[in-house]
Each structure stands twice: as C-alpha cells, then as structure tokens.
Design a protein around this ligand. Structure first.
Ligand code: NDP
Ligand SMILES: N[C@@H](CC=O)C(=O)O
Length: 411
C-alpha cells in the first residue's frame, strides 16, 4: 500500500487537534483512501516548549528541513497570521504539495493568489476550517448548492464572541472573566484582539464572499464592530425585553457587509445559537433558507474540518476545490439601516428633552432598568435623530418578523 506523507505546521490548539484526530482515525482514513498515512514532520516555533508524550512525529523548527528532508505530499498549516505562513504555503504549493489551512486572516487577503498558484502547480489549496470552525460551510455551498443563487447570508462566525456573550448572560460573569475562559478552552486566537474587535468574523465574511460571489466587499466600506465594549448590565437589560445580543455577520449579493453586535428576539433563528457554536443562514433563490450550525472553534471541531479537507484532496471528481465563477454582482449598495434599536444610558443623563426628540421621529416601545444599577434601556422604533443622543450604547434590534425580508437583512 502506498503512503501519504503529511507535514503539520504548528502544534498549538489546532495542530494538536489535527495530530490526535489523524492518529485516532488512522484506520478509517487509510481504509477510505486505500493508502497509508504518516505525519512525517511537525514545524514548531519554540523547541523548548514541553509537548504531549503521545506526540511521536519528528519536530522541526526550520521549515526548509520539513519540505526538503521529508518531501511531504500534504502540508497542513496551523500557524496563523500572514508571515511566515504565506511564504511557507507558497513554497509548499510551488513544490507541488497540497495545502490545507485554517488561516482566515491569510485567506481573506491572499486566498486568490494561493488558489491560482495551486492550480498552476497541479496542487490543491483547501480551507474549510477557515470559516465556521467545524461546520462544513464552504463545501456545502460549492457541492450541494451549485445551481442556487445565494441572496444573502446571516451568521455567527466567531466562536469566542458567541461564547463570551452566552457565558456572561448565563453565569453573570464579566467580560474579562468570560474571555479568559474562552482562551483556556482554545477558542480565542493567541492574541484575542481580532476575536473581540470583530476582525476575525470580518475575515471569515471576506472568505465567504469570495467563495460565494467570486469577489469581496470593499474592505473600507464594511462596517465592523466587535463585542469589546459590551457590559454585563447591557446584556441583562436586553434579556428583560426577551432579547439576546449576538455578534452577527450580514452579507448580501450587492456586497453589503456588516459585522456587529445585534440584538435578536426569541423568534429569530439565531437566538438559540449559544456557547462556542457558529451558525450560517444561507438564503438562496431556489432552496429558500438553510441554516448550518455547529462548533465554530476548538481543537476537535477545527480538526474535523481539516481532516475532512484532507480526505477531499484524494476524492476524484470533487468540484469542491474549483474556483468560483465571478457572479454578476448587482450594483454595490450601502447597507440599509433598520429602524428598531435598544438605547442604553445612565438614568441621570437621559432628560425629558432627549425622549421628546426621539418621540418626534419614532416611538419608545418599552423602558427597562436593573435594580441597584444606574443604567436604563429604551426600546425605540424609528429613525435616530441627528442631534447627539445621551446614550452610551445603541444596539440595532433584529425582530424575527423582519428577518425573512431580504430587503431588510442588513441592519
Ligand atoms: N483555535 C481555534 O479554535 C481555531 C483556530 N483557527 C486558526 O488556526 C490557526 C492556528 O490557531 P491555534 O492552533 O489556535 O494557534 P496556537 O497559537 O495555539 O498555535 C500556533 C502554533 O504555530 C506555531 N508557530 C507559530 N509561529 C510559528 C512560526 N513562525 N514558525 C513555526 N511555528 C510557528 C506555534 O509553535 P509553538 O508551539 O512552538 O509556540 C504553535 O504550535 C490560526 O490561523 C487560527 O486562526 C481556525 C479555526 C479555529
Ligand atoms: N478564534 C476563532 C477560532 C476559529 O476560527 C473563533 O473564536 O471563532
């Protein structure tokens, strides 16, 4: 039986998950492929770090040695960041190796260039784990929705943010406490800034858009906001109104993109997506609405997507790796604002005048406050006045009745 040699770049959360999944599922993988598999080398940065005892493959701290000495057939990149990952992937593809990556930052920026290089070299570059962790989003879109036109996508694409918001709400933890737990569980990036500032979900949205439409929204026009300023009291105020805060990605076929915290009501399909789960709601012209949900981060879930990608490399006739046709994108549009908001501020700063200014343009539907807290929240329907408002946070609210209307999908 011939052998497939796999080199792993990185042995952190994802790399360790991949290594142990390959070991655990070795008999099944070898039976499916009709070939032996072997992890021939692992690239790490810090040779002094202690590693798990079960880890038997040779460790390298120089990429060239992995490529030249081990001559792998497949490289799995689980380092992260732009450099040196980009150089290593480029060199691997140039050498004719297939490459699997979970690196959304890199794929959002350089995915096209790497796909083109792979094609030119008769190799494959696949990256299911870069969007939605373990959920097979890219493959479903490419293989199972081939004649559907995707009109819009609404999703939760950052596991860390969803975990933090759920954990704060269900346990009363503060933001830093919830973030620390997400880091311990291996959900957050080594530097969690991109997770909590919305950039991780933004990169995933860019990968998704390129995958679906063959083109990305203009980076500078996308609205990107993270959950870094969310306070526990705000989550609790929203809960009193039956609303949950979710960090959403909203993308449509006019290439409007918003990535931001949004409140959803209990009828909304993403209301119950909790913890580290991600979800992607895909609205197409023929099928209608499809929701894919599952773990969006973590060692095992991400390894699942990577190992499935590995199998796909050896499937004949798979269209999964084909390059998308560039869709005719309707004129690029600015995203539309919705008209329901939760306005939160200090009670003592919210004057009668401010309320009157709101009532001139809309209606205050409800008001809630927390016992012994100085914050008050107003549920407001209408346009926001242009004059400065005395609120510290303004969250758009997605009501389920509106969520089916394509025109209104971008808040
Ligand atoms: N964590 C998750 O749930 C998910 C992560 N991803 C993506 O997977 C990738 C890896 O993430 P994760 O495993 O969490 O990250 P970690 O920080 O846990 O692991 C990174 C690994 O890469 C190695 N490394 C870093 N820099 C270099 C370098 N210059 N040369 C050689 N090795 C290097 C580190 O070596 P050393 O051990 O010596 O420090 C470490 O083993 C990222 O692109 C991330 O965005 C995607 C989906 C989910
Ligand atoms: N840090 C990311 C990991 C997966 O991509 C997240 O939390 O979603």
């Amino acid at each position: 039986m011939s052998e497939i040699k796999i080199a792993l770049l990185g042995l952190g959360t994802v790399g360790t998950g991949v290594y142990s999944s390959l070991l655990k599922r070795k008999p099944e993988i070898e039976q499916l492929l009709g070939k032996k598999i072997r992890v021939s080398g692992i690239l790490i940065k810090n040779p002094a770090k202690s590693r798990s005892e079960y880890q038997k493959a040779p460790l390298y701290s120089e990429f060239e040695k992995i490529l030249d000495k081990e001559a792998p057939d497949v490289i799995i990149e689980a380092i992260g960041g732009i450099e040196p990952a980009r150089t290593y992937i480029t060199r691997s593809l140039e050498a004719g190796c297939h490459v699997i990556s979970a690196n959304k930052d890199l794929i959002a920026r350089h995915g096209e260039e790497l796909i083109n290089l792979a094609k030119a070299k008769g190799a494959r570059f696949v990256f299911e784990a870069s969007v939605g962790g373990g959920i097979p989003v890219l493959r479903t879109l490419r293989e199972l929705l081939r004649i559907n036109k995707v009109q819009h996508v609404e999703g939760i694409l950052n596991g860390t943010s969803n975990f933090i918001l759920s954990h704060m709400r269900t346990t009363g933890s503060t933001f830093p406490e919830a973030l620390e737990l997400a880091q311990q569980k291996g959900y957050a990036e080594p530097d969690p800034t991109n997770d909590i500032e919305g950039l991780d979900a933004f990169y995933k949205a860019m990968v998704l858009s390129q995958w679906i439409y063959g083109v990305q929204p203009l980076w500078e026009e996308a609205e990107v906001k993270g959950i870094g300023t969310v306070r526990l009291e705000e989550i609790q105020l929203a809960e009193q109104l039956g609303l949950r805060l979710k960090h959403l990605v909203l993308l449509d076929d006019s290439l409007g993109l918003k990535v931001k915290p949004v409140l959803v009501d209990s009828e909304h399909p993403l209301y119950g997506v909790e913890g580290v789960d991600n979800a992607v709601r895909i609205q197409t012209d023929l099928l209608g609405c499809l929701t894919l949900q599952g773990p969006g981060a973590g060692a095992e879930a991400t390894a699942s997507a990577i190992v499935e990608d590995f199998l796909s490399l050896y499937e004949s006739g798979s269209v999964y790796q084909d390059k998308p046709a560039v869709s005719e994108v309707a004129q690029r549009k600015q995203a539309k604002e919705g008209t329901t908001y939760l306005l939160i501020g200090e009670k003592e700063h919210i004057s009668g005048e401010a309320i009157s200014a709101l009532q001139l343009q809309g209606a205050v539907l409800d008001t809630v406050s927390l016992p012994e807290a100085s914050l008050v929240a107003l549920l407001y329907a209408g346009d926001l006045p242009e004059s400065p408002l005395p609120f510290t946070s303004i969250y758009p609210v997605r009501l389920s009745a509106a969520s089916e209307v394509a025109e209104e999908v971008l808040l």
